[in-house]
Ligand binder design. Structure first.
Ligand code: FE2
Length: 199
């Protein structure tokens, strides 16, 4: 099964600045996604995107919401339509006249699956957070204290253990970091600090 999108232009530039309201985004999120584990993953990535936009990109509230929205909806079609993953949410957001920047970020969150290269910072950070967030969460689940007191050296050790969260593709993570121009340790530390705030 190929998830290749076979296209490189997403959305209409005339829609720049158009976003979903938080209510509309939550409605879509809950209508489309029923799997609680996937919901948590999407909320975690959304939170990381929002925090990164605020702290590292220095964006205002509107900018932060654009990043958060990309994170919140990036896997929206995975639960019910895995064979149309990415394609379906892209079409939905295009039909709703959403900002192409957000649609493009979603389209490029798995360049090795969808065939769309991350270009903007938003694209790159969504790709970078996606897999590493999952690995960090798996680590939190095996710690009695969860995220509390989690240390960088612990997550680095798990990263090196190929058998731990084996489905998480380490090569893809390294690829994502390189594209984002962010050190692996920097992003790990960021996730450790922020991800536990989501529940
Ligand atoms: Fe994801």
């Amino acid at each position: 099964m190929s998830l290749l999108l076979n296209r490189s232009v997403f959305g209409d530039p005339a829609n720049a600045g158009n976003v979903l309201t938080r209510e509309a985004a939550n409605q879509l999120f809950h209508d489309w996604v029923k799997n609680e584990r996937l919901k948590l993953h999407m909320k975690q990535v959304a939170h990381l995107m929002k925090c990164w936009a605020a702290e590292k990109e220095g964006l205002d509230e509107a900018g932060q919401w654009r990043w958060e929205l990309a994170g919140l909806l990036h896997d929206a079609d995975w639960d019910q339509w895995p064979d149309q993953h990415c394609k379906k949410i892209i079409e939905e957001l295009e039909n709703r006249n959403i900002d192409p920047e957000i649609i493009r970020a979603i389209a490029s969150h798995g360049p090795n699956h969808f065939g769309v290269e991350p270009e903007t910072n938003m694209d790159k950070m969504l790709f970078a957070f996606d897999e590493l967030s999952g690995l960090t969460h798996a680590y939190s689940l095996m710690r009695p204290e969860g995220y509390s007191g989690m240390e960088l050296k612990g997550i680095k050790k798990r990263f090196k253990e190929k058998a731990f969260a084996a489905a998480v593709n380490r090569d893809e993570i390294m690829d994502a970091m390189q594209r984002a121009g962010v050190e692996l340790e920097t992003i790990m530390q960021f996730i450790i600090e922020k991800q536990g705030e989501v529940n």
